[in-house]
Design a protein around this ligand. Sequence first.
Ligand SMILES: [Zn+2]
Length: 376
Amino acid sequence: MNAVIDLASALIRIPSITPYDKGCQALLIERLTALGFSIVPLPYQESHNFWAYYGEAKPSLVFAGHTDVVPVGDENAWKFPPFEPTLHEGHLYGRGAADMKGALACMIVAVEKFIQAHPHFKGGIGFLITSAEEGPSHEGTPIVLDYLKENDISIDYCIVGEPTSEIHLGDVIKNGRRGSLTGRLIIQGKQGHIAYPHLADNPIHRAIPVLNELLNHPWDEGNAHFQPTSFQISNIHAGTGAGNVIPADITIDFNLRYSPEITADKIQSIITSLLQRHALNYTLDFIHYGEPYYTDNHAFLAQCQKTIFAAIQNMPRLSTSGGTSDARYIAKYCKNIIELGLSNASIHQVNEQVRVDDLINLTNIYYFFMRDFLTR
Ligand SMILES: [Zn+2]
């Protein structure tokens, strides 16, 4: 069979639910070692991470990715067992096929072909691999970046193999992501009989005008590259279940995907002062999942688009939409970073799958990146 399908299948067969790697990285390391890469394993707590490098220090082109996957969900809803890679009607099925074991296989096979065809290329090739991306991501990529900083190793160009394609392979590359801030607001009231509201204090009623104000708040208008910041409520819980009881409290979970036109600190202070204005008895906790990042080196981005076009005759568009990714960590360390990978149509769903043709074409794209950035 095809080398890419073989490696993708071998990776899918390993149930590496985040943050466990369970041997996926050993497969990658075996292939990279055979090519002459030097390997630095950087495990941290439950996570496995490694840095691998081959060639001269500069310029460096680094492939970044993760070997962990999200849980399978309802296993009975899968057409084929999630950890038994299955070829069916031109698609490869299995958890991680698209996000992102397929792309890891493409990277490895592309590098093997490239080094064979260009043994004296200019610069070097790196791999920054983690098993913590889908879970405790701070135990993964940042640990490797700490190692790079301590050892003065720079990254000139970075491709993160996250599934960015939408309709056709390579139609979208991400050159930025919004930030993500989650909050939990608990408003205290006073429990009582619903027929005696003057003896109680209804926290649901207190929450409604506050939520209304938050929903209508003009956080920002985004900018030419980013959608406006969005406030969304994910969960609301209040009530004892009885129809005649005013509850004691209400819990509201919310999330903001925010643009670089605002900061997490600014959002927190807006929400806090709004709550204080409503004179509530409340607690408010935030978790900051990630800052936004944005790659604005136009020459680099134009070259990326050209390279993809050369490989598959498709001109990708730039996008900053979607969830967070580990690129947000690497972007602090490398100015020239994009995300480019397989189709995101089935990621994190049951029946995750990828077109076999896409695996072959993505291998080609990654090959062209090395050719264009490392052979001049
Ligand atoms: Zn991913």
